[in-house]
Design a protein around this ligand. Sequence first.
Ligand code: C2E
Ligand code: MG
Ligand code: MG
Length: 789
Amino acid sequence: MSPIAQSAKDDKVEAVMPGVSSDRVERILTTTLIVAAVGGVLAFNILSHIADTNRRAQISIERIVGLTFKMRSITSDSLAKGGLTGGARKRLAAFEEQAQTQIDVLDHSGASADDVSTITRCYEASRAAIVTVTDALAKRNIAKASYIDSTKLAQCLVTLNSTSLAITSSMERNADVAYGIALIGSGIIIAITMPILVILFRRFESRRHESLLLANERRSLRQNEARFHSLVANATDIILILDRFGLIQYASPATDKVLGIPSASLTGTRVYTIIHHDDVSHARNIMDQSAGSPSVNVTAEMRLLHQNGSWRHAEIVLINQLGQPEVGGIIATMRDITERKEFEEQLTHHAFHDSLTGLPNRALFLDRLSLGLSRTARHEHAVGVMFIDLDNFKVVNDSLGHQAGDRMLLEVADRIKSCLRPDDTLARLGGDEFTVLLENASGTIPQMVAERIVRVLEEPIYVEGQACFTSASIGIALSGNSDDIPQFLLRDADTAMYEAKTSGKGRYSIFHRSMSAKAAERLEFEGELRKAVDRNEVVVFYQPIVSMLDERIVGLESLMRWKHPIRGMLPPGKFIPIAEETGTIISLGQFVLVEACRQLREWQEMFPSDPRLKMSINLSPRQFQHPEIVDDVRTAIRRFGLNPADIKLEITESVTFADTENTVRKLEQLKQIGVQLAIDDFCTGYSSMSYLKSFPIDTIKIDRSFVSRLGDEVEDDAIVKAIITLAKTMRLDITGEGIETHEQMRRLQALGCDHGQGYLFSKPGSATEITELIKSRSMSDHLVELRAA
Ligand code: C2E
Ligand code: MG
Ligand code: MG
């Protein structure tokens, strides 16, 4: 029974019997019950014995009387018959014997000695009278016998009868009294014992119930205890009980799992020994706080020392149980949140860093810039922002693939970092754009750093064994204006970077207010270019390609022009780089493709020849990479019912400089349409003779830069000769570009060049002009006209 239940019970007893405990009452009741029961049984036995004795004596007396009367009736019969027969004598003897037996029984029945002797005397008197009668009869003295029978014997029998009646009725009364007393006594005992029994039974039942409850209570207490131990033993959280001063009084087994320290070795030490030294003062504060506020949760996060020397992050909850005698300390629950912390750190890192290079991203850069600017306000020197953009990264990325591009960016990041001071911040904004925060941009520091970066990025970068060349255009913006705002500084550096790019790339430029206007102008230009096709401002010019044998026009190259409403006719050099950068080249190129096909069909019908006139169409790197280019070319050719072999696609070397799977696949897809493929501006980019073998190329076009110097320098002659010889062995068609003089033409003819293109034959002209040109039958006539002009 629980102590509470027991005390409640005692309270009740106390209320009924002041000063007597419940156990004592029970003892009194039990004793009473036993005494009553034993006394009752004894009394009952005695009384019933008395009653039985009386009954037995009574029966014996009645039998004695009965036997006596039976003996008299024998004598009476014998008197009547006038003699005693032998049978009568025997019966008399038998009755006498029985009577004597009954007298013995009566003697031992427990009846009073007076009664026994009275009855015996009366019987003996009667028997004596009967003997006298029988003797007289035996002597045939009938008169005497009759006389004694009617006097003495009758008198004796009356006495015997009356005496026996008196004694037996007294005995019956005695027996009844004894029975009555026994019954009443039993009733009284039952009346006394029954309530006691009921009380005792109830008490027994309640005891039994209480002991069951107690057993259950103990069991659940043991279970709870076992559960608690199991919880504490298997908990992943550390549970410590500390004294007011941080001394560990108890440490749960989780210390082993979480910190690699057995709990036993922690007990008796100070908790501060496992707390990071930077967190100790905070730990002391929260201990003080907890000690001052009982039963209030005090929480904190801290680093705990692991056995292996590493630090684990823990969430700590302190509960002051100093006032609880069972605990008598501050309970510290420590949950290992290292993984969560690391995850949070990862997320934070992810939010502020570029995933490829691990460098700060725009958000973090702006944050650092903002801090840098606030420091500037305190110090003398300015901070500088550099905006670095790689000049031809797109080409590398598109041709070598993204993985190679990524590797190149990592190398670029490393090289830029090598030019900076530890204080400076290098960030990647995305793509090939990097920014640098120069913490100290005083004097010529920004220029020196920029020059260093330009220099280190000019060195070739080897990706997959391939030397890739890149350069960087850098814009610099310096703080020092009253309205220094991080975003504005970054924007100004971007503007300066664009200035560096447009003025030749591979250089740096420092921001000046005048550049803002230029940047706005460029934005406007880009917008106009996007709308150029829709506004019918794009026109296609054509330049003839002639046979070097007889100068006959065998084909034409389509060359795009932009008829700008204000700036007039713009050559491709003025807008194609921007179109390429912004993606507008896709719609421009699609327009030229369709228009050139349509025009070829018109000319082929107008000037039937054998072989038919051909059309060369330029594809920029971005057009070539576009997923729909193959379909676009096929559709345009079908639309105008052209023979695919009459279309020649000119691809610049920058596209094909590496033998990547994609390039080969794309070239083969185009080739499957049936078109011809030409490498434009051969030997100006990442020239490699090796790819000529693996690519399905039909023509190479020797760049004007070589042709223009033909005859001037022996070396150039040798290069062109080598190219032509190689191409010849591979059965490739060779076209010389930019032929302006007869000398150049003659040299190319001598070297075995198949076709030529240049001002010597015709400048690019509108479709109408070229129609007129082809009309004139002989090329030589046209030459004469040119010379005359
Ligand atoms: P390209 O494909 O190499 O075209 C030849 C360029 O050389 C043309 O310049 C042409 O006018 C010029 N040219 C031809 N003969 C002579 C000559 O004797 N002397 C000199 N000084 N120049 C000569 P253009 O039209 O300015 O085109 C420049 C480049 O723009 C083209 O070089 C081509 O790469 C690109 N381009 C032109 N039209 C298109 C086009 O429709 N799509 C694409 N993607 N690119 C085009
Ligand atoms: Mg071309
Ligand atoms: Mg060319």
